[in-house]
Design a binder for this molecule. Structure first.
Ligand SMILES: C[S@@+](CC[C@H](N)C(=O)[O-])C[C@H]1O[C@@H](n2cnc3c(N)ncnc32)[C@H](O)[C@@H]1O
Length: 285
């Protein structure tokens, strides 16, 4: 029998040696997952000197081995927190990131005061953005569009799992929702935007996020984002808003490219809570 506190100490050491960025937090989250309890409860059990059963110990050892091999934490627990939701994730779908919550907060602010707004999320992945928006703005009609069949399946699963009414569509977002041209109040988009030859450093990203979710299709990473902005310009009504996430180095280049199209009346850019440039906002002229 292994005591919880001893298992945590060993796991934290192993994760730290493997270069996992937050070894103690990951060790705790995975142990709480094995014990099917909250982190707080797990810590209380550790303080009381509770042991793991042999089965729990075996399951935990295997999860730590996989995390040491740099499988994403969220693939091991099967869930990712996003805004006020707990989403289902796994191989084949981009794990939603906390920085994207900035875009959701801006979107909810833009929708305030619009009665029954229409929202289209291009490149929806797990459905994180449209589901969070539908939760925060229940009067909105919300559509999410995703090209990858695997990711689309996760988005559908998440709509069922959360019980939120979002129309998850499979297809190229560059040609999405023809019936809504000129009628949409808000387009949100966190597109693939990594420059083609900039391989992400973290193994969790480089080896486990689908490449279709990462690479923006050109040396500057902006080919797909600009194709999505062009579709947004077609979908939005005059005065409608586009919110698009981008890499911190793309603030100037994305705004300059959007400005050149002369489709946008008002362009601005916003930092995420860590102070990095993150979300472009453009109002349809
Ligand atoms: C960076 S991920 C973002 C996923 C999700 N919006 C989020 O914030 O977690 C980009 C997503 O765009 C999808 N994608 C790439 N090209 C697309 C296209 N032409 N049409 C629709 N989706 C596309 C990818 O499969 C991936 O799921």
């Amino acid at each position: 029998m292994t005591e919880i506190s001893a298992a945590l100490r060993t796991a934290t050491g192993d994760l730290s040696s493997a270069g996992v960025p937050s070894p103690r937090a990951d060790a705790e989250i995975l142990l709480a997952h094995v014990l099917q309890t909250s982190r707080g409860d797990m810590v209380r059990m550790a303080v009381l000197g509770k042991p793991l059963s042999d089965e729990q110990d075996g399951t935990y050892t295997e999860l730590i081995r996989r995390r040491v091999a740099r499988e994403p934490l969220q693939h091991l627990t099967g869930t990712a927190p996003f805004a006020d939701l707990e989403l289902l994730v796994g191989p084949g779908v981009f794990v939603p990131r906390p920085e994207t919550e900035t875009l959701v907060a801006m979107a909810a602010a833009d929708l305030a005061g619009i009665s029954k707004p229409i929202v289209v999320d291009l490149c929806t992945g797990s459905g994180a953005i449209p589901l969070a928006l539908r939760q925060q703005v229940p009067s909105a009609r919300v559509i999410g569009v995703e090209l990858s069949p695997e990711a689309h399946a996760w988005a559908k699963r998440n709509a069922t799992h959360t019980g939120l009414d979002v129309d998850m569509r499979l297809g190229d977002a560059g040609h999405a929702a023809d019936e809504l041209i000129g009628l949409v109040d808000l387009v949100t988009c966190n597109p693939p935007y990594v420059p083609t030859d900039a391989i992400p450093i973290d193994p969790e990203v480089a080896q486990h996020d689908p490449s279709m979710a990462l690479y923006g299709g050109s040396a500057d990473g902006l080919a797909i984002p600009l194709a999505m902005a062009a579709r947004a310009a077609e979908l939005l009504k005059p005065g409608g808003v586009l919110l698009m996430e981008h890499a911190d180095v793309q603030r100037q280049s994305l705004l300059a490219a959007l400005s050149k199209t002369e489709k946008w009346a008002d362009l601005s850019d916003h930092d995420d809570p860590t102070g990095r440039p993150r979300v472009a906002r453009a109002v349809r002229a």
